[in-house]
Design a protein around this ligand. Structure first.
Ligand SMILES: [Zn+2]
Length: 125
């Protein structure tokens, strides 16, 4: 059953990505973007700490719902509103923090990410 669940989750993720469209369609002014994420789960016995960097290009999917890494949690961190706000204001960098909304087994705020986003625009200032 576990396998079937994973498969469905993957299919759903692919559909979500496809329906999000491409960065070039949604944010035509973006030349490139770098998203640096640090993920913490302070509730775990051994605190979970992960860092990763995502490079985004016009041909990438405009899907910025970052899955929570804690097992048994299906929550996610949605960076799309942050990125939309940055593009609207033509901001080149932003930093912030988001908390995981959790689910029925894991409380909200059990994990958080801090993010640093930098965007390079196609059009000169
Ligand atoms: Zn979570």
């Amino acid at each position: 059953m576990q396998h079937r669940f994973d498969y469905n989750t993957k299919v759903q993720l692919k559909e979500k990505r496809l329906s999000a469209g491409l960065v070039s369609d949604r944010f035509p002014r973006i030349h490139s973007m770098i998203i640096h994420i640090s993920h913490y789960d302070k509730r775990m016995v051994e605190p979970l700490f992960m860092e990763r960097t995502i490079n985004v290009f016009p041909a990438s999917y405009a899907y910025f719902d970052i899955a929570c890494h804690t097992r048994e949690c299906e929550g996610s961190f949605n960076l799309l509103p942050v990125i939309s706000g940055m593009v609207n204001a033509r901001r080149e960098s932003a930093k912030g923090k988001l908390e995981c909304p959790g689910n029925s087994t894991v409380p909200a705020g059990h994990a958080c990410i801090t993010y640093e986003i930098s965007i390079e625009y196609k059009d000169p200032k």
